[in-house]
Design a binder for this molecule. Structure first.
Ligand code: FAD
Length: 551
């Protein structure tokens, strides 16, 4: 007998799980199918180096989840299911050559003093930006949790106009539309402060000279200032595990080792899915795919079910450069030359200046292994000491930005052009760099586990080419254009097939927003659904025209 559910969700990333939770909460019978042996996707933890050493395999900073709507609505129940967060009030710092550093504490005065000691002009710039962030938070930040386009988003914009007047809003919008270099040049004096902001842009795929790159650094820096940085206590897997408990409490199921090979369609409508072993599972109301467009449409949906023009749109979807993860088990946390309390910070960024960040980004875009990649050094055990069973420490190093496919090495040292061979020497380059800022760290390493961009994609097909954010967030592919113009509200050309996840608005990060908004779209009444489709059609035409001009 063929199993049938109200909704089948493909992929147990935190967005797929969130969508399933909202549907199950409305009484829907849901089944989440996950190809891996654990749910979570890029929100997972595991013993990667030694027994009892719990590393966050991919994402570690859970600020977005803590601030999400799903945590606001289901927080008590998620806590009862075991979810807790450990917060650092020393969120992030940057180290530079010659023992220079800049620190951002959760304490506003202490941060101002740290900037003041470095440069009074930088301190003034930081304060001005912080005030601008206050205006931004009051007016435009709510858009990040709303569907685009939507009546709610329209209201937010109207309210913003009332508060700021059109001129104020136009003035304010200049910040997020800037590149990170422009942002740094407008507000800061020293190369160090400029690099502090530009580093956050490279967390996504914003090299210093890409317009729109300033938005993430602007939001992330001042959110970290006010909230600190939180990691999931005991490991990132606590998030998918708690979400799974809530789904199961409502009668839903989360099945692992269940890879979907096809979304089944009939007469233009999704009817269910087929698994690797040939099993069919039917969906009465909806199939929700927590997948990036190329995985969904190139591998799972029959071409015959898609209009030819849509196929061409899918082919134009772009991915950003790759990421490498280096997980270390250490005797002790790094002894930074720039000062002792640096080992207490959640993140330490290593990037000397904006020009080097630009060279790194350009090298990655051109298939070259960068000479000096940017390092995001997550000092996991400084935030959550429960991650090791003894006095050992854990470091989480994200290496940005790397080519997905290697054509050469900007430093002329690594000959390999495949990631299997290049991963180890590249990791050595990274650790040598870390050693110059924290001498002795290499001797302190008990074990290491390196994941190249190719490894990341192998563990999660959404990370195409090792792109940690499942698709470029440049202006032409963000907001109304994510993933495609006219398809920013989680629908697809196949009836009853919906899509959520990092490749949909509001994009990557553990915000759980697309899962929530997608479920709300699935639950929309027929009249609402028709309104959404009509608006999408009109806005889609306009958005396509704008995208063509932007390209
Ligand atoms: C290395 C790295 C570091 C990051 N750091 C941070 C951070 O610190 N903070 C932050 O907020 N964000 C971070 N991010 C981004 C963030 O983790 C992701 O944007 C987010 O987790 C994406 O969630 P998702 O729900 O869209 O889906 P995903 O996490 O991509 O999950 C999708 C799931 O679908 C499954 N799947 C795929 N194909 C199939 C199939 N055919 N059948 C069944 N299952 C399938 C996958 O196995 C996966 O489990 C990081 C990402 C990476 C890769």
């Amino acid at each position: 007998m063929i199993e049938t559910f109200d909704a089948v969700v493909v992929g147990a990333g935190h967005n797929g799980l969130t969508a399933a939770l909202y549907l199950a909460d409305e009484g829907w019978d849901v089944c989440v199918l996950e190809r891996n042996d654990e749910p979570g996707g890029s929100v997972r933890s595991d013993e990667l180096t030694r027994e009892g050493y719990i590393h966050d395999t991919h994402s570690t900073n859970q600020n977005l989840f803590v601030g999400s709507q799903v945590f606001e609505e289901f927080g008590d129940e998620l806590r009862e299911a075991g979810l807790a967060f450990s917060r650092s009030d020393k969120p992030f710092a940057n180290v530079y050559p010659d023992d220079e550093s800049l620190r951002v504490y959760q304490d506003v005065d202490r941060t101002r003093e740290a900037f003041e000691a470095h440069s009074p002009a930088d301190a003034a710039g930081w304060n001005t930006l912080r005030e601008e962030f206050g205006r931004f938070a009051e007016t435009l930040v709510p858009l990040m949790g709303q569907p685009l386009p939507s009546v709610a988003a329209g209201r937010t914009l109207l309210d913003a106009v009332q508060i700021e007047r059109p001129s104020g809003l136009i003035d304010l919008a200049q910040i997020p539309l800037s590149s990170t270099r422009e942002l740094g040049d407008a507000y800061f004096e020293t190369p160090e402060a400029k690099a502090l902001m530009a580093c956050w842009g490279l967390h996504i795929d914003f090299g210093p000279d890409v317009s729109g790159g300033a938005m993430f650094p602007f939001l992330e820096s001042f959110t970290a200032l006010s909230e600190g940085i939180s990691v999931a206590t005991g490991g990132a897997s606590a998030i998918p595990e708690a979400l799974t408990t809530l789904i199961e409490t409502r009668g839903g199921e989360v099945r692992t080792n269940a890879e979907v090979t096809a979304v089944d369609t009939q007469d233009g409508r999704a009817t269910g899915v087929t698994l690797t072993d040939g099993t069919t599972i039917r969906a009465r109301e909806a199939v929700v795919a927590n997948l990036t467009p190329t995985v969904l449409y190139d591998r799972l949906v029959d071409d015959a079910a898609l209009p030819e023009s849509f196929r061409e749109t899918v082919d134009r979807y772009e991915y950003g450069p790759g990421t490498m993860m280096i997980h270390l088990a250490l005797d002790e946390l790094p002894d930074w030359t720039a000062g002792e309390d640096l080992s207490e910070f959640a993140y330490v960024h290593i990037a000397p200046d904006v020009d080097t960040l630009a060279e790194t980004y350009t090298a990655a875009q051109n298939g070259q292994l960068p000479e000096s990649p940017m390092l995001i050094v997550g000092q996991t055990t400084a935030v959550d000491a429960s991650r090791t069973p003894d006095d050992g420490q854990i470091l989480w190093i994200q290496v940005r930005a790397l080519p997905s496919e290697i054509d050469g090495d900007a430093a002329g040292e690594i000959d390999a052009t495949d990631w299997d061979t290049a991963a180890s020497p590249m990791a050595d380059r990274v650790l040598d760099k870390l050693e110059t800022y924290a001498p002795g760290v290499r001797d302190s390493i008990r074990d290491r586990d390196v994941h190249s961009p190719a490894d990341l994609e192998a563990t999660n097909p959404n990370l195409v080419g090792g792109d940690s954010v499942a698709g470029s967030h440049h202006l032409r592919q963000n907001f109304l254009w994510r993933p495609f113009p006219g398809w920013s509200r989680y629908g697809t050309p196949v009836d009853e097939l919906y899509v959520c996840g990092a490749s949909t608005w509001p994009g990557a990060g553990n915000n759980a927003t697309s899962g929530q908004l997608c479920a709300q779209r699935v639950l929309a009444q027929p009249f609402e659904e028709r309104v959404i489709e009509t608006v999408e059609e009109y806005v889609g035409d306009a958005a396509t025209a704008v995208q063509q001009r932007l390209s």
